[in-house]
Design a protein around this ligand. Structure first.
Ligand code: NAP
Length: 350
């Protein structure tokens, strides 16, 4: 796709933690051109640079900083056929439906429509064929969803094992970054010197979404995978990057070398199609005793690779390991861009 044919896109919830990542990652994107930013009535009408408390390391481009923030209405964002949603879940459900009804293709990060039977819930390396489910939607637009940020890292690590050996059950304990709680996020007196062993709704999301993603497309529905998943979620004092301790029971016996090879050899449709946001290797296997770590490894593959390490036998299930992924890049904005690229490459978005 040449620069001339870039698809105009809008970002809903552009002022938030995920919205800012979209703005950052869309700068210079070869297929998509950011034309409109939208947020709540608190921000609408102001210049983006004034409405957003810019927290990204890269400076905000003057061009985007000068864009007026629009209200989240289809008529307010021009004729962008593709819309990325980083809206708070209190409003995302209805707003996204209104955009789809107005003929827009919405790629959402919010929980609201993820488990709807006709809505694809996709990690492009894991279940790319599930995007075809949009054809079951009434139209004229469509909604596609990006999973919960912890689920994304987990299913990326599980997929090569599911393909090679089958998975019977999974136990996962997460240590999730503060940026996952949005802006302004967790108050400093709650976060510092502390671990909070509760994130509302998160454990249910990981358990249910994993079964849908690892499930099978069966006509106009997804048959969920027959996998038992148990999740325990914790908020820790890290800025970006969700670390997850995983134990897994496989359906077929496998050695440590078999698991390592499955991860090292893993490559999927985004890599074969050379999609712009696809990392060369979706999984990076690390041999060091103390890896992966959020500060050292969250930016591998431009924040789009999941790292896996600390593989060892599990006395309860078969194997245990640690996986890490960047929650606002692979787990949100970067993952959504990759999903939209997949939809374009498969001809679902003209
Ligand atoms: P956030 O920082 O709180 O941002 C929320 C955005 O929604 C802001 O742009 C806000 O605009 C907008 N908004 C709030 N109320 C609104 C309303 N009534 N009408 C229109 N816009 C409204 O949250 P976030 O962390 O970026 O998360 C955004 C979504 O992505 C959530 O659904 C979250 O669960 C999901 N998610 C987050 C992560 C992560 O790591 N942070 C990862 C995966 C998925 P104003 O600035 O104008 O209030």
């Amino acid at each position: 796709m040449t620069d001339r044919k870039r698809i105009p896109v809008a970002v809903l919830g552009a002022t938030g933690s995920v919205g800012q990542r979209f703005v950052e990652l869309l700068l210079g994107h070869p297929w998509f051109e950011l034309r409109a930013v939208a947020a709540s009535d608190r921000s609408a009408g102001r210049a983006y640079r004034e409405a957003a408390r810019w927290l990204q390391a890269a400076p905000l481009s003057p061009e985007i900083g000068g864009l007026p923030v629009r209200p989240c209405e289809p008529g307010a964002v021009g004729d962008c056929p593709l819309v990325f949603s980083a809206l708070d879940s209190s409003v995302a459900g209805e707003v996204e439906k209104a955009f789809a009804a107005a003929g827009r293709v919405v790629v959402s990060n919010s929980k609201n429509h993820r488990m709807d039977p006709d809505v694809p819930l996709v990690v492009p390396e894991v279940n790319p064929d599930h995007v075809e489910l949009v054809r079951a939607q009434p139209g004229p637009g469509a909604i596609l969803t990006n999973p919960n940020c912890s689920t994304i890292g987990l299913v990326l690590a599980l997929k090569p094992l599911a393909d090679a050996f089958g998975i019977e059950s999974v136990n996962v304990v997460t240590m999730q970054a503060l940026s996952g709680a949005g802006i302004p996020g967790v108050p400093s007196l709650s976060a510092l010197d502390n671990v909070i062993p509760f994130i509302a709704g998160e454990e249910e999301k990981i358990e249910n979404e994993t079964r849908k993603i690892l499930g099978r497309l069966d006509g106009a529905r997804i048959a969920p995978a027959d996998v038992t998943v148990s999740a325990a979620c914790n908020r820790v004092s890290v800025i970006d990057g969700h670390l997850e301790c995983v134990s897994v029971k496989l359906r077929k016996k496998a050695s440590a070398g078999d698991l390592e090879s499955a991860w090292r050899d893993f490559s999927a449709e985004p890599q074969a199609r050379k999609l712009p946001s696809a990392p060369a290797a979706p999984i990076v296997f690390l041999r060091e005793d103390d890896a992966p770590q959020p500060r050292l490894h969250r930016d591998l593959g431009g924040g789009m690779a999941a790292s896996v390490g600390r593989l060892r036998p599990c006395p309860l299930l078969d194997w245990k390991f640690v996986t890490l992924s960047h929650n606002t890049i692979r787990g949100a904005a970067g993952g959504s861009l990759l999903l939209a690229e997949l939809a374009v490459a498969r001809g679902l978005l003209k």
